[in-house]
Write a protein that binds this ligand. Structure first.
Ligand SMILES: Cc1ncc(COP(=O)(O)O)c(C=O)c1O
Length: 388
């Protein structure tokens, strides 16, 4: 049995060695605390769970859903985008459900890329921005997010030939893994670049609802001209503690959405209608207070982590959004993996080495804020005890 050449091109999972070490420690009875994965630890808000409970008893939700999505779900997304981002969407042509952002991001590659095509991918970035193009037989081209540019890529530095052969561009703000929010004017620059090079921009909006310090994350589609060149993938996973529910939408350019729909009708059978009805509850203003209280929790955790890092001499910028703290590897370690291994050995705390998110992540590490307070406190105490 041989896997496809496409699958064989996917590099081995960079976290594998660390995972083996974690498993060994756990087997030896060591109390390991993981600050690795970004999966909200708090339950889905009751309002959403109750909407699901009711929806799931309705026989009408039990049949194959339409890949176009329920009219009431699309209307809820339209109203949310208007209320939250000041973006007007046509619920018939500019909104379609996705079975999580990961599904959408992967399938967009199949919908738009042929062998020989390029997809421009933020580096460091969500791994599907590179594995997706590879699995579609195309090539990802990494755009390094530069700290001195607020973790944006230098679009001017992209080679003309590469730009001409690129059909997609993946961006994500608020950003995983760096926690950066989009600098003023950057999206305008992206629209101009995409227009000049006929590139479809895919803005991965997985974290817009997790923000602090009064910051409000914009939609890419609020940028003038964005809808002509782009789509946005909005996920309910992180902001509403719904990672297991698989609820997202693709919104924006109608032609791109029609192409994605055409692909999807050949691949899956749509998003469970009861999940769509739970999504309606999540996106209603009634849920705003839940989101605000989660943000307060993450802000407290962020401050706790940043203080502990400073205590051991790590210079860190507190992020205005996301569930991550991104920090430079202290001097004296050869790589992000070496530092994370050291912390695991000495403090039994799991951190994510920056290099697993792409070569530009080397020299950094990521802490996820999705660990219950008592364990997070214990973890930062252990980090503090490592000394500066
Ligand atoms: C930037 C980014 N995009 C997309 C996803 C996946 O979201 P979903 O659960 O909707 O598939 C994640 C999850 O970690 C993410 O960090």
């Amino acid at each position: 049995m041989r896997p496809s050449k496409r699958l064989e091109r996917i590099p081995p999972y960079a976290f594998a060695q660390l995972e083996r070490k974690i498993a060994e420690k756990l087997a030896a009875g060591v109390d390991v605390i993981s600050l690795g994965i970004g999966d909200p630890d708090r339950p889905t808000p009751p309002l959403i769970v109750e909407a699901m409970q009711e929806a799931v008893t309705e026989a009408e939700t039990h049949r194959y859903p339409s890949n176009r999505g329920r009219a009431d779900f699309r209307a809820a997304v339209r109203d949310f985008y208007e209320r939250r981002f000041d973006v007007t969407l046509d619920a018939e042509r500019e909104i379609i459900p996705a079975i999580g952002a990961k599904e959408a991001i992967f399938n967009l590659n199949l919908a738009f890329l042929d062998p020989g095509d390029y997809a421009l991918a933020a580096d460091p970035g969500y791994p599907v921005y590179t594995s997706g193009p590879w699995l579609a037989g195309a090539e990802p081209v990494l755009m390094a997010l530069e700290p001195e540019r607020g973790f944006t890529p230098d679009l001017e530095a992209i080679d003309d030939e590469v730009a001409a052969a690129s059909k997609l561009m993946y961006l994500n703000y608020p950003n995983n893994p760096t926690g950066a929010v989009v600098p003023e004017g950057f999206f305008e620059h992206v629209v101009a670049f995409a227009r000049a090079n006929e590139i479809l921009v895919v803005h991965d909006n997985a974290y817009s609802e997790i923000v602090f310090d009064g910051y409000r994350a914009p939609s890419f589609l609020a940028t003038p001209g964005a809808k002509e060149v782009g789509i946005e993938v909005f996920s309910l996973s992180k902001g509403y503690n719904m990672t297991g529910w698989r609820c997202a939408v693709v919104v924006g350019n109608a032609e791109a959405i029609e192409t994605y729909w055409r692909l999807k009708t050949n691949i899956d059978s749509g998003l469970f209608e009861a999940v769509q009805l739970a999504g309606v509850a999540a996106l209603s203003p009634d849920c705003d207070a839940e989101v605000a209280s989660m943000n307060e929790l993450y802000r407290r955790r962020r401050d706790l982590v940043c203080e502990a890092l400073r205590g051991i001499g790590v210079e860190v910028t507190p992020p205005h959004g996301t569930i991550y703290v991104w920090a430079p590897v202290p001097d004296g370690f050869a790589s992000s993996a070496a530092y994370c291994e050291h912390v695991l050995e000495q403090a039994a705390v799991v951190l994510s080495p920056g290099a697993i998110y792409g070569p530009a992540g080397e020299g950094w590490f990521r802490i996820s804020l999705t660990t219950p307070d008592d364990r997070l406190l214990e973890a930062v105490e252990r980090l503090g005890a490592l000394g500066g």
